[in-house]
Design a protein around this ligand. Structure first.
Ligand SMILES: Cc1ncc(COP(=O)(O)O)c(C=O)c1O
Length: 483
């Protein structure tokens, strides 16, 4: 066969473009997913999280993968969808109160399926003729709703980690006297951030080559919020070490315990020192939609940039993060990249070529879900969702405080509650809950001590469900005393 001849392989792929087959498997999938949803929402499983030893799970999947085709040629192999559903963590079960990931609004699964089928790559306008202008429109509206001003806008990216890195890249380019993007970084730059901040801020700093010293941790109070007076102390100490501080990052809120830094204090400090002010609102910036719960975000509108995950409190499937800039043109500072094969000319501020502002080249059509929510409800759906989630956390916290043998870390301002038993070993309690179920809760370490942690992500985790968390933990504690 010469190099230009087409090989005659059996066409394994072509059946999978069969339109009738697509329709049939779609109908089946709708039935299976509907059953999954009902079973989860009715808490009909023994466990929210079916967790066995990781190596056992790996062995099971490997042996299934290696048993060979079943002859149907079906990519879902009849029960693949069911096996994935059965063996995953079930967020739609109201007994889920674990990590901070949205319990997605179920209809968004269909929009997400549609965008997976379309697979428009989004890097440039031609690869997102619907979803690029949708993104620009909805991000501008949300940025303005957040009070960031008429010139504010935002872009969507795959996660808060990437959004925080992107914001810091923009801060670096904007604040430095040279062209860091072109020439690389010679200065010892540094960022001031709470010692309780999410690790991704430190990771971004290290990715930018500023090393361990580039993250200057600011001391926090008993509630895990930055102490205002500690800002100046950290700044002076950093300068003394020869570091050039270019940014201060506020946590809204911290991941572990849901503590909000005072953003007006941070904004004043940034203004006085001429620093970029970024808010890591991956988790809590969503509270801006709630009149009742937005007060911890006072001052957020003064930030140069804000990261907010739609996939945490706002019911949108992961990953979907908004990175908002008060001055929309600053978004172009993060990446001053030439890409001849993509862009026709060098003009920086082409909003329609989204990859000029994002780390990603290809990205999912993230705007469609958010656009759908905003078009139908404006901020109202998110307001009611945030009210429910934070309300459920407050009810649970009140219950913890009333019940003997339990201690609350702090009164919650978000949907995160840290608490602990004063009778039993908390790490063991949580391990027993994971092993024996049925609820799913997590734990954290603060100042060397273990705290149990619930994030109220599911709006159906009402008072009766959340009080059964405490009752179950008490049962587990009592059981092992009797062992
Ligand atoms: C405060 C904060 N920042 C950043 C992140 C990272 O966000 P993502 O998981 O979307 O990358 C998290 C995740 O929990 C967070 O709570």
């Amino acid at each position: 066969m010469n190099a230009f001849e087409k090989p005659t392989n059996p066409s394994h792929w072509s059946n999978h473009y069969d339109v009738e087959r697509f329709e049939k498997s779609g109908h089946e999938a709708v039935g299976i997913l509907t059953d999954y949803l009902q079973t989860s929402m009715d808490s009909l499983r023994d466990f929210v999280l079916p967790l066995h030893d990781p190596n056992e799970r790996l062995a099971m999947w490997k042996s299934e993968m290696n048993r060979g085709p079943d002859g149907s040629g079906d990519l879902l192999r009849g029960d693949l969808l069911q096996r994935v559903l059965d063996r995953s963590n079930h967020l739609h079960d109201p007994r889920y109160a674990g990590h901070q990931v949205a319990v997605p609004l179920p209809e968004l699964a269909w929009l997400t399926a549609a965008t997976a089928l379309l697979n428009n790559g989004m890097a440039i306008d031609e690869m997102g003729p619907a979803s690029s202008p949708m993104e620009e429109a909805v991000m501008r509206s949300v940025a303005q709703f957040m009070g960031m001003g008429d010139n504010a806008s935002g872009i969507l990216c795959h996660g808060g980690t990437l959004a925080n890195l992107t914001a810091l890249l923009a801060a670096r380019q904007f604040q430095s006297t040279g062209d860091e993007w072109r020439d690389g970084t010679a200065d010892n730059f540094a960022v001031l951030v709470s010692e309780q901040a999410h690790y991704c801020v430190d990771r971004a700093v290290r990715v930018m080559g500023w090393g361990e010293q580039g993250t200057v941790h600011v001391n926090t109070d008993a509630q895990n919020c930055i102490r205002p007076e500690a800002l100046e102390v950290a700044f002076v100490e950093a300068e003394r070490k020869g570091l050039k501080v270019l940014c201060v990052v506020g946590s809204s809120c911290t991941t572990s315990s849901g503590a909000f830094d005072d953003l007006n204090v941070l904004a004043d400090f940034a203004e006085a020192k001429g620093l970029w002010f970024h808010v890591d609102g991956a988790h809590g910036a969503a509270q801006i939609f709630s009149k009742r719960h937005r007060s911890p975000l006072e001052g957020m509108h003064r930030a140069d940039s804000v990261a907010m995950d739609f996939h945490k409190m706002l019911g949108v499937p992961a990953l979907c993060t908004g990175l908002f800039y008060r001055r929309s043109e600053d978004a172009y500072a993060a990446f001053s990249q030439r890409a001849e094969y993509l862009y026709e000319h060098d003009v920086q501020d082409e909003w329609w070529n989204l990859s000029k502002r994002t780390f990603e080249c290809t990205k999912r059509m993230l705007s469609v879900a958010i656009f759908g929510i905003w078009e139908q409800h404006g901020p109202n759906l998110w307001e009611s969702l945030v009210d429910e989630l934070v309300g459920n956390a407050k009810v649970f916290a009140a219950n913890v405080s009333k019940r003997d043998g339990w201690e609350l870390f702090a009164s919650p301002e978000s949907n995160i509650v840290c608490f602990r038993s004063t009778r039993w070993d908390n790490a063991r309690l949580r391990a027993q809950m994971v092993e024996k179920g049925p609820h799913y809760i997590v734990k954290t370490e603060m100042r060397g001590e273990t705290w149990l942690r619930c994030t109220f992500q599911n709006p159906y985790t009402d008072e009766s469900v959340s009080s059964s968390i405490l009752t179950r933990l008490e049962e587990l504690g009592t059981e092992w005393l009797q062992e």
